[in-house]
Design a binder for this molecule. Structure first.
Ligand SMILES: [Fe+2]
Length: 278
C-alpha cells in the first residue's frame, strides 16, 4: 500500500503548521510558505478526481536548487484553458527529498495554485547540495502526484565524472506517438535539453503527413492564452512525455512552432505583412 504510506508521510510532514523551514533546509519563495496552513482535504478545492493529470516537471538546475512544476487540471482539454478547475485557489504541498521513498526530506512547503495562472505551481528551490540527485512530489487534499527525480547542477568549477544528457526537439503530437520520450526516460539522463518545437500551433487537419496523422490536436491554432493552455495541457497529458519530465531536469528554448511556423522576429508564416506587436 505504497500510496497510503506516502500519504501518511506527507500528512505527518504537513501537520502542526510545520511548513516553516526546518534548520538547514531550503525555503523556496518565502512568501509562498505560509506557516500554519494546514492542508486538509478541503484545500484541494473540493476535487473528487485526481488533478495531477498533467504530470510533474523540474528544470533550470543550478548548484543549490532547481524549479519544480505541476499544474492541476481535472479536464485538461477544457476550451477555456482552465483545466476544468473551480475558480478558487487550491493549496498544493510540495516536498523535496534525498531518496525516492521521500523519507529524507530536504525541503517542503505549500503553494497556492491560483486560477489566474491556471492552477499551475512553480517552486524555485535554493539551499540544496550541488551535483546531487533529489526527488520531489506534490499533494493537494487527498491527491498525491507521482515522485519525480531531478538533480542540482555541479558546484562552480567542479566537473562531474559523468553527465548523461539527452536532447529532443520537433515533437509534433499529431505526427506520431511520443515513444522517443519514453525511451529517453528509460536512458535515465541527468539533464534533458529541449531545443524547441515542444508543441505545434496547428489546428487539426492543417499539417497532415504520410497516410494520415495517428492523432489530432484539440482546439484552434494557438493564438490566445486559453488556446496555448489547452494545447500545452494536451501535450502534457501524454504519458511518455510525462515520463521524460519525471526522470530529469530540463533546460529549454523555444523555436518557431511555439509561435508560428517559420516565424522570425516580426515576420509570420504565409508571407503576411510584417506585424508590429506592442
Ligand atoms: Fe522543428
Amino acid at each position: 500500500m505504497e500510496n497510503i504510506s506516502r500519504r501518511s508521510l506527507i500528512t505527518a510532514g504537513l501537520g502542526a503548521g510545520l511548513v516553516a523551514a526546518l534548520p538547514g533546509t531550503a525555503v523556496a519563495d518565502p512568501a509562498a510558505v505560509r506557516p500554519g496552513v494546514a492542508v486538509s482535504t478541503a484545500d484541494d478545492a473540493g476535487l473528487r478526481t485526481n488533478p495531477f493529470t498533467l504530470g510533474i516537471a523540474s528544470g533550470e538546475p543550478w548548484p543549490d536548487g532547481f524549479v519544480i512544476w505541476t499544474r492541476l487540471a481535472v479536464n485538461p482539454l477544457a476550451e477555456d484553458g482552465l483545466g476544468g478547475m473551480p475558480s478558487r485557489n487550491a493549496a498544493v504541498a510540495w516536498e523535496v527529498a534525498e531518496d525516492p521513498a521521500m523519507r529524507r526530506v530536504a525541503a517542503r512547503g505549500v503553494e497556492h495554485a491560483r486560477s489566474e495562472t491556471a492552477h499551475s505551481v512553480h517552486v524555485e528551490l535554493k539551499g540544496l547540495k550541488p551535483g546531487r540527485e533529489y526527488f520531489y512530489r506534490f499533494r493537494t487534499g487527498r491527491h498525491l502526484s507521482e515522485v519525480g527525480r531531478t538533480l542540482t547542477s555541479p558546484a562552480p568549477g567542479e566537473t562531474p565524472a559523468a553527465l548523461a544528457m539527452a536532447f529532443a526537439s520537433c515533437a509534433q503530437y499529431e505526427h506520431g506517438y511520443f515513444t522517443a520520450y519514453k525511451r529517453l526516460a528509460e536512458d535515465h539522463p541527468d539533464l534533458v535539453l529541449h531545443l524547441g518545437d515542444y508543441l505545434y500551433e496547428y489546428k487539426k487537419g492543417s499539417y497532415v503527413i504520410g497516410g494520415g496523422n495517428p492523432r489530432d490536436h484539440e482546439g484552434p491554432e494557438t493564438v490566445s492564452l486559453a488556446g496555448y493552455r489547452q494545447r500545452h495541457a494536451q501535450y502534457k497529458s501524454d504519458a511518455d512525455l510525462q515520463a521524460a519530465h519525471a526522470i530529469a531536469p530540463w533546460l529549454v528554448v523555444w523555436d518557431d512552432h511555439e509561435v508560428d511556423n517559420n516565424w522570425a522576429d516580426d515576420i509570420p508564416e504565409n508571407n503576411d505583412a510584417a506585424q508590429r506587436h506592442h
